[in-house]
Design a protein around this ligand. Structure first.
Ligand SMILES: [Cu+2]
Length: 133
């Protein structure tokens, strides 16, 4: 009976540690979903971006934390894609068309974006980044 009384707290501690480690693992891969957690009074910032083989212009966007960002992306030539992994955004921009995506810049950080629709030889180098500060 005595040994059982000692083991039980140990088991509880091990279980607790497993839960803590599991939660920490989830936090490490936490992503923002586009407009999740956006307060209704978040200031809006519209930014125009052009896409053409094989670059986005501008390729670096600096955004203040807490802003509701609306990106208007226009393809000047062929069909491109626009993907921001962090915000769960991935859309197609048909040739010579303009498409808007929006997200809430909740946390500071550097979030890469890229073309997600194969557009030719330089496709995999067609990328940029969003810096939220
Ligand atoms: Cu592409």
């Amino acid at each position: 009976m005595h040994s059982k009384g000692v083991k039980l707290p140990v088991m509880k501690i091990i279980l607790f540690l497993i839960i803590v480690i599991a939660l920490a693992g989830c936090a490490a891969v936490e992503k923002d979903k586009a407009l999740e957690f956006m307060p209704p009074d978040a200031p809006i910032q519209k930014i125009s971006i052009t896409a053409k083989r094989f670059e986005f212009t501008p390729e670096m966007l600096q955004i203040k934390q807490g802003v509701h960002v609306i990106l208007e992306i226009e393809s000047l030539d062929v069909t491109h894609g626009f993907k921001i992994e962090h915000y769960g955004i991935n859309i197609t921009i048909p040739e010579k068309r303009r498409v808007a995506v929006e997200f809430y810049a909740r946390k500071p950080g550097t979030y890469p974006f890229q073309c997600s629709h194969f557009c030719g030889a330089g496709h995999f180098g067609m990328k940029g980044k969003i810096i939220v500060e």
